[in-house]
Design a protein around this ligand. Structure first.
Ligand code: NDP
Length: 291
């Protein structure tokens, strides 16, 4: 079998086209468009590339997008004041804090300052809690991207064996909830699974494998079950190349569908940030009685 490659750029384009139409009709109804702000400290190269993709996506969808640049030596208090100003600004609908932040700033502490209604990344504790209860459409962006890729295969998750490798707060843990919501049988593997020598056995029985580790070739291609869906979230630089966590060529021989790295999960993650911005905008407009 030679896997079908899931084209993240194309999927992102299609989803963004739909968002563009929605934003145009929201503008007719409310007179305004979503206004999103990315708070970035210093000028980290990777962060800049990510911010550029966000700007491009926002322009395509006709969302207002701004960068709020803070000095590298910003204090935690100044950071808090900046977020408070954006929280209080009624014209701002969504806020995100760009990672990485400098070592002297504690990311999770500053992320807590972001108003729940303006939490673009869906990582605020209240939004995570609402997600558990199925009460919000503001969902962490990378897990949301993974779900869109799986949806694009047309495969019904009901009763399928889904194995997630990696249990981080931004990917593995929230993704496990989203897969459960679709009635997949979910297993979450992590470092202890590997140390116990169990990782291969779990991956071998998976109908859906999602890998978010950050180690090239941590998943061997011949572990993939025939006909499985493989979603590779990992981003690793090896020499001059960007690769994922899965041995791509070998995995293609067994998988039915697989995401490439780059060009798979990444582009759709940016689209999901925009979608969260639109959802945040709609919720705020409803509160104001404008929708
Ligand atoms: P973290 O470092 O927070 O999490 C990595 C996870 O992998 C941890 O749960 C860790 O377990 C687990 N792990 C480490 N080694 C092994 C192993 N040998 N076997 C099994 N599990 C292992 O990373 P993130 O979740 O933030 O990111 C993961 C990858 O995804 C990175 O490459 C990152 O760049 C990429 N990424 C891509 C995004 C995209 O949009 N494309 C967005 C976000 C991340 P433990 O904690 O127990 O050690």
């Amino acid at each position: 079998m030679s896997a079908k490659i899931l084209n993240g750029k194309l999927l992102a384009q299609n989803l963004e086209n739909a968002l563009k139409k929605e934003v145009a009709s929201l503008k007719k109804e409310t007179g305004c468009v979503p206004h999103l702000v990315n708070v970035m400290v210093g000028d980290h190269h990777g962060a800049c590339a990510y911010a550029k993709s966000q700007k491009k996506a926002a322009e395509h969808i006709s969302i207002q997008y701004e960068l709020e640049a803070l000095q590298e030596d910003v204090t935690q208090e100044h950071f808090r004041q900046c977020i408070k100003r954006l929280n209080d600004d009624e014209s701002v609908n969504g806020i995100m804090i760009h990672k990485p932040v400098p070592q002297h700033i504690e990311y999770h502490a500053v992320a807590k300052y972001v108003d729940t209604d303006k939490d673009l990344e869906g990582i605020n504790v209240t939004n995570i809690g609402k997600m558990l209860l199925g009460e919000t459409r503001i969902i962490p962006c990378t897990p949301a991207s993974v779900m869109e890729h799986i949806k694009s295969t047309g495969i019904d998750l009901y009763g399928k064996e889904a194995v997630i490798v990696g249990h981080s707060v931004i990917v593995g843990k929230p993704l496990s909830l989203l897969l459960l919501e679709q009635f997949a049988t979910v297993t979450v593997c992590h470092i202890a699974t590997s140390e116990a020598g169990q990782l291969e056995a779990h991956v071998r029985r998976a109908d859906i494998v999602v890998v978010a580790v950050g180690k090239p070739s941590v998943i061997k291609g011949d572990w993939i079950k025939k006909g499985a869906v493989v979603i590779d979230v990992g981003i690793n630089q090896v020499n001059d190349k960007i690769v994922g966590d899965v041995e791509f060529e070998a995995a293609c021989k067994n998988a039915a569908f697989i995401t490439p790295v780059p060009g798979g999960v990444g582009p759709v993650t940016v689209t999901m940030l925009m979608r969260n911005g639109v959802e945040a905008f709609k919720a705020q407009m409803r509160k104001k009685g404008k929708l």
